[in-house]
Write a new protein. Structure first.
Length: 576
């Protein structure tokens, strides 16, 4: 019966003066108590009012099940994280040929930009955001400075024409799609800006999903009133991913055929750039929907080779393909290399692949306690963060089924599902926290995106959760202790960052933005060395040598801004 259904798809606050938080925070002793919540819902107080319109219809079109995405980034360059949320709207029915889409007439909902005052209070600035108020049926987005002008830009994937939005640093954007050379009219899903060549500018990888003819939708599910469902992706041919190379000025050319990724027909839903071999360049791991995932190994010049089979990350430990959706990468077991985590469909479990240090991986999901808790939910957005600031990386996952009438087929399954929080014990083993998850796990959501970052400037990782056809939620962290927090800002995107303590203790982190599902988390690093003092930050940007940046005087907590002037990197420390 499952084959008749749908299987699966997938900067920071300034350290300013005292100001009321948007939530009534618990005191540190209460937050530390066993069973006390780590997250509280601050959506109403935050001012973020956003409801995703999935364009639900009786035809149960496949795109209706996918969104919504979003990004956390500093759109107006005032030192805090703003929120850009992607909208759907009426379904874009097909044009004259399969795989083409036509925008409906009339007033359409737009993507929305919310600007932060630094304390997690947001103002809807969509009306003055220019082209960011886009009306495409959006899927996902990625953020970065594509033209080298110092301002962050956004690339949005759509059911139909994608769009490149160039930012001016003041919260306004213009559509530069045509002039950039980026023109994709297909159904694209995930996107990632990253430095493929190690030349200091951001290239672009975009996953194609499947080719659908929305004029003649397939019927899946039983032919009884109310039982029709969206179809499995196996019913549709895959679309090719595309790699776009940047000339450094924001002009791109399609390098899919020449740079080793031509065989990329995978129905992709997630992309994470990560140096899996520790050789100094960025590789790409792609989560594919019910087909083998891809690992594209960078040869060092921006061309890639397929390393999936040897690395062991195309299928799970049983040799089975899974329905990859969300992605995260981090050193979860503190052994000095980056591991990979993929969220999947129900009855599959999510999958954690542990790196042996050479770019070879083992499926350790069962071993580390993540298999059983993820068998029933349908996982989407996911992030690794040190939520409790104890020195290791915890895990959050948001869940939600694809089939809105799944209860008709299985009375033990629901459309809306509870999100999950897992605490790391320091060795890369996880324990699910239910009561402690607080607002993250208290209410079932039709979860899709889950994005982390410090929204209120207190030094810990908060969350923004998006739903398919539902309201976005702002979830504030009340567990982290700012007295232990190290916030590292200014590292190049997706750099390898090693923190060195006075005692010799080390912690490996990656600068953002991490992808989660269909979006981007905040780019800065939030962590701690416990009671140790930070004396040095070692940064290795893509394609470049390791930079050793001394932290003087050493600090146990505070904000550290990495800056470069005349080729020399320095660390500017702001004590809390």
């Amino acid at each position: 019966m499952r084959r008749l259904l749908f299987g699966a798809l997938a900067l920071l606050g300034a350290c300013g003066g005292e100001s009321p938080d948007p939530v009534s925070r618990v005191d540190s002793s209460a937050a530390s108590a066993a069973g006390a919540p780590w997250f509280v819902d601050a959506t109403e107080a935050s001012g973020v009012r956003f409801v995703h319109d999935a364009g639900l219809s009786e035809e149960k079109h496949l795109p209706e099940t996918m969104g919504a995405g979003g990004v956390l980034f500093d759109a107006d360059e005032d030192g805090d994280l703003d929120i850009y949320l992607l909208q759907g709207g009426p379904m874009r029915l097909g044009g004259d040929a399969p795989g083409t889409f036509v925008e409906p007439s009339g007033v359409l909902p737009v993507n929305r930009l919310f600007l932060n005052d630094g304390h997690a209070r947001f103002v809807d600035a969509t009306e003055r955001s220019g082209a960011a108020a886009h009306t495409g049926y959006a899927m996902g987005a990625t953020v970065g400075d594509v033209d080298g002008d110092g301002h962050l830009d956004v690339y949005v994937t759509n059911l139909g024409a994608d769009v490149l939005l160039l930012g001016d640093g003041r919260g306004s954007f213009r559509d530069a799609t045509a002039e950039s050379g980026l023109g994709d009219q297909r159904w694209t899903s995930a996107a990632m800006l990253f430095d493929a060549e190690g030349d200091g500018d951001l290239d672009l990888y975009v996953t194609g999903y499947v080719e659908v003819d929305l004029r003649r939708p397939l019927w899946c599910g039983e032919r009884k009133p109310g039982w029709r469902s969206a179809c499995h992706p196996d019913a549709y041919p895959a679309l090719q991913d595309r790699l776009w190379i940047n000339d450094g000025r924001g002009h791109f050319h399609d390098a899919t055929q020449t740079h080793g990724v031509a065989q990329s027909f995978g129905k992709g839903l997630g992309i994470v750039p990560v140096d899996v071999e520790a050789d100094g360049d960025l590789d790409l791991y792609i989560a594919n929907d019910s087909t083998e995932n891809f690992l594209w190994l960078n040869r060092g010049d921006g061309t890639f080779e397929d390393g999936t089979l040897l690395a062991g990350v195309g299928v799970d430990g049983r040799g089975m393909t899974e329905a990859g959706m969300g992605l995260a990468s981090a050193d979860v077991d503190e052994d000095g290399d980056f591991d990979l985590f993929v969220t999947n469909f129900d009855d599959e479990s999510n999958t954690l692949y542990r790196n042996d240090g050479t770019g070879l991986f083992e499926d350790v999901t069962l071993l580390v306690g993540l298999e059983a808790p993820s068998r029933m939910p349908v996982g989407f957005g996911t992030v690794f963060e040190d939520f409790d600031l104890d020195g290791d990386l915890d895990l959050a996952v948001t869940n939600g089924h694809i089939i809105d009438n799944i209860h008709l087929y299985n009375d033990g399954k629901t459309h809306a599902q509870r999100s999950q929080l897992f605490e790391n014990d320091g060795s890369g083993r996880f324990r699910e926290l239910r009561a402690e998850a607080g607002a993250l796990g208290a209410t079932p959501f039709v979860g899709r995106g889950l994005y982390s970052g410090d929204l209120d400037g207190d030094g810990d990782a908060d969350l923004v959760l998006t739903q398919c056809g539902g309201a976005a939620r702002v979830l504030m962290n009340v567990r982290g202790d700012a007295e232990r927090s190290l916030l590292i800002a200014g590292a190049p995107p997706h750099a390898r960052v090693e923190l060195v303590g006075k005692s010799g203790k080390r912690a490996l982190r990656a600068s953002g933005p991490q992808p989660s599902y269909f979006g981007a988390c905040g780019e800065d690093i939030l962590t701690t060395l416990g009671g140790d003092e930070l004396v040095e930050i070692r940064v290795r940007p893509a394609g470049r040598e390791m930079l050793r940046v001394p932290v003087d005087p050493p600090v146990k907590a505070g904000r550290i801004d990495l800056r470069v002037s005349d080729g020399r990197w320095t660390a500017q420390v702001t004590r809390r």
